[in-house]
Design a protein around this ligand. Structure first.
Ligand SMILES: Cc1cc2nc3c(=O)[nH]c(=O)nc-3n(C[C@H](O)[C@H](O)[C@H](O)COP(=O)(O)OP(=O)(O)OC[C@H]3O[C@@H](n4cnc5c(N)ncnc54)[C@H](O)[C@@H]3O)c2cc1C
Length: 375
């Protein structure tokens, strides 16, 4: 046992980041209490991709079997233009056969994490909105985009609208076997879809938009409006959209990566520290990586202030790089006019002549192993 044994730690927020952090801390002997504002643990009806850098943590925490049973393996990403003509196929699985890309329904992932948290003896207190970090003890703020913990560390900051809205929907799908994330790109919009376990298919459809009128940052979406907004996308897309019965619409807001992640006693993980656009499918995975690293750092050092400074030093550069890469994807997916023609043709040529070149550009992302890092 290291320095976490017997330490009392409060985690604020029971999302992917908070639950994983609580499990990582408890596995090393900490006594963890989670304060979650919601009266029950729920997740929106949508899928999430888990790349190998996150799965390595899931495995190291002993959650691999449960997560695999609830998810599907994914082969990679297939980029298509709006007429469903292939642009490039990024076969991540072929590049690293031992690494595991998975897709899972969010509610199933939260169930796996909550069940492991219960077994690890973590106290989960629901219906506990926390407006500021408790005054004593170690505190981890995993309270998401509108994090009061971030505000306590960094002062008041207002999240900004990124100029993108996202529709999310889940439809029935009777396919079998491994899945692929299929992406269809048109000027100012794209749609990505992959099958989930248990006969479902996830759809995320992103549209550039000048402003977000609604007060809140998510609202029920009108399936007919979703079909109209993405009518330019062909191939299987019209059939998928025809099957949408319920959709949810999100204004995609974010902050810059936090300037201050910790003050020696209170620290941030996940979206509270580094909300990102979803165009690299890494927001949840970064939260999972953070969770491992913060527990490893606190366990390795007797002084929490030194440990949390080390945690920020390890995580900050990597998370900034991921957020920037996701921003770049936003521009690349939505090209129009001559730039689109040139960009797509260049990718087609690269895919034909050097199929490994594009997947290899993500080695820094997917080959990272937080569990092998020296805390
Ligand atoms: C369209 C879309 C697609 C995405 N796809 C992917 C993907 O494929 N792969 C991926 O890795 N990521 C993806 N993401 C990103 C991912 O969803 C987030 O990064 C991730 O959910 C962040 O987890 P978190 O635990 O940090 O925060 P959250 O999920 O926001 O959880 C925060 C928790 O804290 C609670 N809370 C908030 N305030 C308080 C308070 N004051 N007191 C107590 N509790 C509080 C909340 O109720 C919530 O339970 C996607 C995001 C979007 C929008």
């Amino acid at each position: 046992m290291g320095h976490l044994a017997g330490q009392r730690i409060t985690v604020i927020g029971a999302g992917i980041g908070g639950l994983t952090a609580a499990i990582a801390l408890a596995r090393r002997g900490a006594e963890v209490t989670i304060l979650e504002r919601a009266p029950e643990l729920t997740e929106i009806g949508a899928g999430i991709q888990l790349s190998p850098n996150g799965m390595r943590v899931i495995d190291a925490l002993g959650l691999g079997q449960a997560v695999r049973a609830a998810s599907l393996p994914s082969l990679g990403v297939e980029l298509n233009d709006q007429w469903a003509r292939p642009v490039i196929r990024l076969n991540f699985r072929a590049r690293r056969p031992d690494a595991d890309f998975r897709v899972i329904h969010r509610a199933r992932l939260i169930e796996c994490l909550a069940s492991a948290a219960g077994q690890a003896g973590i106290t989960l207190k629901l219906g506990q909105p926390t407006s500021a970090p408790p005054a004593e003890g170690l505190v981890i703020g995993a309270d998401g985009l509108h994090s009061p913990t971030r505000q306590a560390l960094n002062g008041r900051e207002v999240p900004f609208f990124t100029g993108h809205t996202a529709w999310r929907a889940v439809i029935p799908d009777d396919g079998t076997g491994p899945t692929t994330a299929r992406l269809y790109m048109a000027p100012g919009r794209h749609l990505v879809s992959y099958r989930l376990a248990h006969g479902l298919r996830n759809i995320v459809a992103v549209l550039e938009c000048r402003d977000w009128q609604d007060e809140g940052w998510s609202q029920p979406g009108n399936p007919q409006a979703m079909r109209s907004a993405f009518a330019a996308l062909k191939g299987p897309v019209p059939d998928w959209l025809a099957r949408v019965e319920t959709a949810h619409l999100w204004g995609l807001f974010r902050h810059d990566v936090a300037r201050i992640w910790q003050d020696g006693r209170v620290a941030l993980v996940g979206d509270a520290a580094h909300p990102t656009l979803p165009f690299l499918a890494q927001g949840g995975v970064m939260a999972i990586e953070d969770a491992w690293t913060i527990a490893a750092c606190l366990d390795a050092d007797p002084d929490p202030a030194t440990a949390l400074a080390r945690y920020q030093a390890l995580r900050d550069p990597r998370c900034r790089r991921i957020v920037e890469a996701a921003n770049a994807n936003a521009a690349n997916y939505h090209l129009s006019g001559a730039r689109r023609l040139i960009g797509h043709n260049a990718l087609r040529t690269i895919g034909r002549l050097a199929p490994n070149l594009m997947p290899s550009r993500f080695d820094w992302l997917y080959d990272h192993d937080p569990t092998a890092e020296t805390p």
